[in-house]
Design a protein around this ligand. Structure first.
Ligand code: F6P
Length: 429
């Protein structure tokens, strides 16, 4: 991991001078921080030198707010791929703005940043408590989504024309970079529009937030697919169950699904390179010993084994080759050459998982994130995301959140546990 400057200072549009209309709340006071370090060894140098350890601004309602809710209009946009919980976050933001702050108008921009572009001219949806009443019961996003940015100046023109005071942008790192550019353009023009990001990535790969919504649901559903793969594998002589899961550059879903389901014998993730021959040899040994095997592969694993392309999607991500299909073909080919008859069943539940409604944990988490986002926006914060850190809600500048991709540590405890339960060799090279 590259060294980064731990500057957790969050930008503000101005001081909060208006008394919050929120009643019965426990307000967060200005100096409250969530500790960045969770281990004593990280804190030691600060304690020894008497310096204050780094901390993230705590999320939650402020007693004094920046925006006058009586004439405030807010906007919400969802961008990028689907993720369980998007509708929960839209609902939570809308309900918190209207019920807790008395904000009268909340607009939902359609199809990602297209909804803020004059080029597309999509009419926004009016988000009212009635309109969002039951949306958390379904997957997807009622606003629609799209990948890619739009002209920043044009989007700020739209916000100004519609008199939006706070924009809530729900999306992954591309969306957050867009939100950062909007916040900077707003600052350059001397406007008072807050931009609050709610990190959305089913891959759980955004830095400075220990978890993102949808990840829990993804793990549970992936477990069902792995169970099916295990049943199929056990039900045949030399049965192989192969499951491909999402995870472009970070293998968190594959890892946690493997831990949740200790039937997995090989877990292949982007962070841990492997050689095809070494993997096939280990698979052969496993079949010889146990007569069946379950393999879980994250979509970004083993990309060096596939033909490289420079083609990108609208978010600017290089299009990856299909490692699931590649492994399926190579495994079949290998065993037909060695003369061992195998029965391989391939399962790719990626889009089934991504389009699910959130499970109970994710729904509750989305509700909290929506509330944190509204409190931050009302308090005049901008150019930041709401994050989950050391079991608390926190504010993180967008610049830090997008500074690097969060990845699994191959030397860490989690990967150690994966190796222990799968029994796969540490190095498949
Ligand atoms: O949002 C991240 C992600 O789920 C990645 O794991 C995956 O590569 C990508 O989205 C696929 O999305 P789409 O099919 O919409 O391009």
């Amino acid at each position: 991991m590259q060294e980064i400057d731990l500057n957790f200072a969050v930008s503000k549009l101005g001081e909060g001078r208006i008394t919050s209309p929120v009643t019965g709340a426990r307000f967060v006071s200005e100096g409250e921080r969530v500790l960045y370090h969770s281990e004593l060894k990280g804190l030691k140098s600060y304690l020894d030198s008497g310096r204050e350890p780094p901390g993230l601004e705590m999320a939650g309602p402020r007693e004094k707010i920046f925006f006058d809710p009586t004439n405030l209009k807010c906007g919400i946009v969802t961008c990028g791929g689907l993720c369980p919980g998007l509708n929960d976050v839209i609902r939570s933001i809308t309900l918190t703005l209207t019920h807790q702050y008395g904000v009268k108008r909340v607009l939902g921009f359609r199809y990602g940043y297209e909804g803020l572009s004059s080029k597309f001219n999509h009419a926004p949806l009016e988000l009212t408590p009635e309109a969002v009443r039951a949306i958390h019961e379904t997957g997807g996003t009622i606003l629609g989504s799209s990948r890619g940015s739009q002209d920043i100046g044009d989007m700020v023109d739209t916000l100004t024309r519609l008199n939006i005071g706070i924009l809530f942008a729900i999306g992954g790192d591309g969306t957050l970079r867009g939100a950062q550019a909007i916040a900077r353009e707003v600052g350059r023009r001397g406007l008072k529009i807050g931009v609050i990001g709610i990190p959305k990535t089913i891959d759980n790969d955004i830095s400075f937030t220990q978890k993102t919504f949808g990840f829990d649901t993804a793990g549970s559903e992936a477990r069902r697919a792995i169970n099916a793969a295990h049943c199929e594998a056990e039900g045949a002589r030399n049965g192989i169950g192969l499951v491909k899961l999402m995870g472009r550059d970070s293998g968190f879903i594959a890892t946690f699904a493997a831990l949740a389901n200790s039937h997995v014998n090989f877990c292949l993730v982007p962070e841990v390179p492997f050689k095809l021959q070494a993997f096939l040899k280990a698979l052969e040994e496993r079949l010889a010993q146990r007569g069946h095997a379950v393999i879980v592969v994250a979509e970004g694993a083993g990309q060096d084994l596939l033909a490289q392309t420079s083609e990108c999607d609208a978010s600017g991500n290089v299009r990856y080759g299909d490692i699931g299909i590649f492994l399926k073909d190579r495994i079949k080919e290998h065993f037909s050459q060695t003369g061992r008859k195998v029965e391989l069943k391939y399962i790719d539940p990626s889009y089934t998982i991504r389009s699910l409604p959130a499970d109970a944990w994710d729904s509750a988490f989305c509700l909290l994130l929506g509330q944190y986002a509204v409190h931050a926006g009302m308090a005049g914060r901008t150019d930041m995301i709401v994050a989950y850190w050391n079991h608390q809600g926190a504010h993180v500048p967008i610049s830090l959140a997008v500074s690097q991709r969060k990845k699994l540590d191959p030397e860490g405890w989690i990967w150690n546990s994966v190796l222990a339960i799968t029994g796969q060799p540490r190095d498949l090279v």
